[in-house]
Design a protein around this ligand. Structure first.
Ligand SMILES: [Fe+2]
Length: 142
């Protein structure tokens, strides 16, 4: 079983944290699904179920952040959403390709080489600023 509360990248190093606990929690769940998927792929077992669970969680993750931004009136919302849309298209394509051809090492390689660096970069920029903004709005509204 993978720990759904640990903010850990697939290589075991800590993932970046942001100022909003609920965002960190969703990120921990996202990373748990990625670690689980990689485990199955790298064991050469069928991973369609884990791959679909990952996509499903990512949809929830991105929609949740969009909701937080809309609620707080975060002006760069479209820029943040555009970054999500761009990686989402690639994720759908990679998972779709895997489901068709079952090339586990190809999907695992893409996750490690493209998705993980994307995630770290995205959390350190867009998510960090979003979390700070949402947090400040909440404090001001109290
Ligand atoms: Fe984000």
């Amino acid at each position: 079983m993978v720990d759904e509360h640990a903010l850990l990248l697939p290589d075991g190093s800590p993932a970046p944290e942001v100022a909003l606990e609920e965002m960190n929690q969703v990120h921990a769940e996202e990373l748990a699904r990625v670690r689980q998927l990689l485990q199955v792929l790298e064991d050469n077992r069928p991973a369609q179920e884990q791959a679909r669970a990952w996509l499903e969680h990512t949809r929830f993750h991105f929609d949740n952040e969009k909701g937080l931004m809309a609620e707080a009136g975060f002006p760069p919302l479209p820029i943040h959403v555009a970054e999500h849309d761009q990686i989402w298209l690639q994720m759908e394509q990679q998972v779709g390709d895997y489901c068709q051809h079952q090339q586990g090492s190809k999907l695992a390689g893409w996750i490690r080489q493209v998705w993980v660096p994307w995630f770290v970069q995205h959390v350190n920029s867009m998510d960090r600023v979003t979390a700070q903004f949402v947090q400040q709005q909440r404090v001001q509204r109290k």
